[in-house]
Design a protein around this ligand. Structure first.
Ligand SMILES: [Zn+2]
Length: 279
């Protein structure tokens, strides 16, 4: 499914849904003892309703940037994971559904684009449902935060194609709220949003009227941001909490922020209707 919104003459953002993912309830929200969190998630028999897997195409006068690569039907192949532990964990905690026509390159084709017309793919982080579609983007430059690669948490390395050799980036520019950032062009920059993983980053797009944050899994939904709730799965709960505080502060200061997490069923609605998160 595809949704598009323009911001002035210069910026256009497309939401592309690459299937759905259901997770255990404890994965979505967990409040028990920290040391029991992972076993609890693995053993939890309760599942949340399937959530969309959004990826984003951002167009500015400087380029076409894809944010995350979503899922792929290749996931269903028996040999998708070369490592059996990765296969067990990912297949135990994620219920993926995706049709062939929802795979990224098929949706890009609907927009009249082939992958080699993309200027850049930026990953918020490298969890399976954000990176798996990269096998359909051969040859496109990929950026990953260096911490995501060097201090991985849940990265399914054995499912990644050997051609995936991302550029490892830091965030060298200063930022008032997030301390660091990396400018991509006059409209788009990256900000650190760690906690879900060490190298988790979000994409910020500043237009004359609105600022859009493509938030990855900083929170699973906008409600989690408003209600100050850390998602159930993260590498560091305190980092996640600090990230939520900074995102809340930023939304409050700017007053015009459209906050779009990767798994919020309402993200496309908020993009298309320019719904801001008021805190
Ligand atoms: Zn994730």
């Amino acid at each position: 499914m595809l949704f598009t919104q323009s911001f002035g003459e210069e910026v256009r953002i497309h939401a592309l849904q690459t299937g759905t993912v259901a997770v255990k309830k404890a994965h979505f929200q967990y409040t028990g003892p920290e040391r029991l969190r992972m076993p609890f998630i693995l053993l939890d028999p309760r599942w949340v309703a399937p959530m969309p897997i959004w990826t984003w195409l951002v167009e500015t006068p400087f380029g076409k940037y894809l944010i995350d690569a979503g899922e792929t039907t290749h996931f269903f192949k028996k040999d998708h994971f070369k490592d059996q532990v990765e296969a067990f964990v990912n297949r135990s905690i994620l219920k993926i559904k995706i049709k062939e026509e929802e795979v990224l390159h098929r949706q890009l084709a609907v927009l009249g684009l082939s992958p080699n017309q993309l200027d850049l793919v930026v990953f918020t982080h490298l969890h399976l449902d954000h990176v798996d579609g990269v096998r359909h983007l051969n040859g496109v430059e990929c950026w990953v935060h260096q911490e995501e690669w060097r201090r991985p948490f849940g990265v399914p390395f054995s499912a990644l194609p050997s051609s995936f050799q991302p550029k490892l980036m830091d965030l060298p520019d200063e930022d008032e709220v997030f301390a660091q950032s990396r400018k991509i062009d006059d409209w788009v920059d990256l900000i650190p949003t760690p906690g879900h993983t060490y190298g988790h980053q979000s994409v910020r797009i500043r237009t004359s009227e609105y600022t859009i944050i493509l938030a990855g899994d900083a929170t699973f939904t906008e409600a989690q941001l408003r209600q100050n709730r850390v998602g159930g799965i993260h590498v560091d709960r305190h980092l996640s909490r600090a990230t939520i505080k900074k995102l809340q502060l930023f939304c409050g200061m700017e007053g015009n922020v459209i906050y779009l997490p990767s798994h919020d069923p309402e993200s496309a609605y908020r993009l298309v209707n320019k719904v801001c998160t008021c805190l």
